[in-house]
Design a protein around this ligand. Structure first.
Ligand SMILES: [Mg+2]
Length: 231
């Protein structure tokens, strides 16, 4: 069966929105203003700042007494509580499954947090397999995490599968490294010409589904932009 692997954060779950909601709530709880919300969002760096480093910086900046592990755990709890299911993502995955695709999620991050986000957003019900770097000890772009995901779907990485994600290095370069064709969610960014290009760049999951299914849409209005990258 055809195989497609999806990234989680800022692909199937709006992590940027989630961090904004958490930062807004956290700042309000600590009687901080909008400037501090912006600082928290910047310091998070799209999730690429390790949690230990992030909360060490937060603790120093605000002179907090709580130990870093306590702050990390409290953040994890609130982030999970603040996850909002994305009806568009669920529709896209249901449509792909109906079209016969095997679907995996491959995500880098803390196992408990990533799996809780997947459950809370309802994604666990519409995918065949999940692979989280925290539980495997290897993350994207390491080939092993993609291989585990394919195996958990009962499939092999035989050059016919696809990877969909927003990270140039982890999703596109990583996916290409194991023979996956790749769709990059650009989120308003330009591709770095120093990297090998994805097979397609899109603005939405709906566009990605159209490419995978050869035209079938997940419900959004049709677009005359193919999203395919120039040769
Ligand atoms: Mg991502």
């Amino acid at each position: 069966m055809p195989l497609v692997i999806f990234d989680l954060d800022d692909t199937l779950v709006d992590r940027a929105g989630l961090v904004r909601r958490w930062a807004t709530e956290w700042a309000a709880d600590h009687a901080l203003g909008a400037d501090e919300v912006a600082w928290l969002v910047d310091a998070d760096c799209g999730g690429y700042t390790p949690r230990e480093a992030f909360f060490t910086a937060v603790r120093e900046r605000l002179g907090l007494d709580e130990p870093v592990p306590t702050l990390i755990e409290a953040c994890r709890e609130r982030m999970v509580a603040l996850v909002e299911p994305d009806p568009g993502a669920l529709r896209a995955l249901v449509l792909l499954r109906r079209a016969g695709w095997r679907i995996a999620i491959v995500t880098n991050g803390d196992t408990a947090l990533q799996r809780a986000k997947i459950r809370r957003s309802g994604l666990d019900a519409v995918v065949d397999a999940i692979a989280v770097s925290g539980e495997l000890g290897v993350g994207k772009p390491d080939p092993r995490i993609f291989e585990v995901a394919a195996r958990r779907c009962g499939e092999r990485l035989d050059g016919t599968g696809w990877m969909v994600g927003d990270s140039p290095q982890w999703d596109v370069v990583g996916g290409r490294g194991v023979g996956l064709r790749t769709i990059w969610l650009r989120h308003g960014r330009s591709w770095d010409d120093g990297l090998p290009a994805p097979d397609a760049a899109v603005d939405s999951l709906d566009e990605a589904v159209r490419i995978l299914t050869g035209g079938e849409s997940a419900g959004a209005p049709p677009s005359d932009r193919s999203g395919r990258m120039p040769p």
